[in-house]
Design a protein around this ligand. Sequence first.
Ligand code: ADP
Length: 397
Amino acid sequence: MDDLTLILNAGSSSLKFCVYRRRAGSGWTLDVRGQIEGIGTAPRMSARDAAGRSVEDSRPGRLADAHEAIEHLAGWLRSRYEHTRVVGVGHRVVHGGRHYSGPTLVTPAVIEDLRALIPLAPLHQPYNLAAIEAVAARLPNTPQVACFDTSFHRGQTPVAELVPLPESIRNKGVQRYGFHGLSYEYIASVLPDAAPEIGSGRVIVAHLGSGASLCALHRRRSVDCTLGFTALDGLCMGTRPGSLDPGVVLYLFQTLGMSAADVERLLYKQSGLLGISGISNDMRDLLASDTPAARLAVDYFVYRATKEIGAMAASLGGVDGLVFTAGIGEHSAEIRRRICIASAWLGIDLDDDANTRRGPRITRPGSRVSAWVVPTNEELMIARHTAALLGLVAARA
Ligand code: ADP
């Protein structure tokens, strides 16, 4: 009987999944990756095999929440995989707080700890936990592993983690945590092969997706990240503003009389590219639009990224390479071009042809600082962690 490991990345309306399979006598290989989108509205399920061929494209009818989505996925897995068993499930969990500095076997006590972090990641954490609970209800004896977006950043210096408020507040867990850690950890793991010249140097990784951040890597370890206490800080994102004068938030409460729920919605769902443009949170739409508001949104995105690249270079005391990854970073030659040109003062000499071809190296040979495109793979990182931890569990049993 073959073993399966399931990797889940559960969001508010989507469930991304990967199935890794271990055939008797061989190692783990990716078998299928897919997603259920539109949970709660108009669900659609799609999946591709390891070669990229479509193996599923359907509209499942109503799926109200994570439990029903997992139920649907379980039925699909049963019909696709006979004579197999799920030996472990790995989850992306956005916030691990102060204490979870590595992948963790899920227990009821762990779930309680993670539930306490929901206010710090309201857009992600509840859905990550709902997926864990839905699996636990179906497969109570299958070990589950939580892999955190914050863990990779633990080990930064006290000043990099500091939120400069009184100790009585900091004692309640108010510090910079950093996010997108699974993506950065994956990039750090492939850097020696993908970009050998900078693999052990000072590197700024730009994860530019619907959430966006930068990570400063020194010898492949995180020394700084533009995301902090929550996933609201730093770069302009699809629907989140990035860095914001905290006085603006006071003004929203005190003068505009907004409620906490309204402010939360504004900051997580209505700001950033969507808020500036009034059109869309999708960079493709904005690049295709010639309205002044869309142009302003793109200009601000580039401006903010460039400014924060300068700050990360200062954190590192200099920089050897810049790596682009995630949806915008991997697929938009135009945004990469604009950020590289605006960062030319750092010593980045863009090679337009290489950039259009998507690299992997997108600077000219003599460029003092090189720039690269390296596709991320958060699910593979989760799979590696899950396999490693389950191996330990099996060895101990
Ligand atoms: P998520 O954070 O949802 O995993 P992704 O890393 O997949 O996000 O990035 C999604 C975003 O990438 C989309 O919202 C879109 O703005 C952007 N994107 C994808 N392809 C392109 C492209 N060819 N040009 C510009 N932007 C793109």
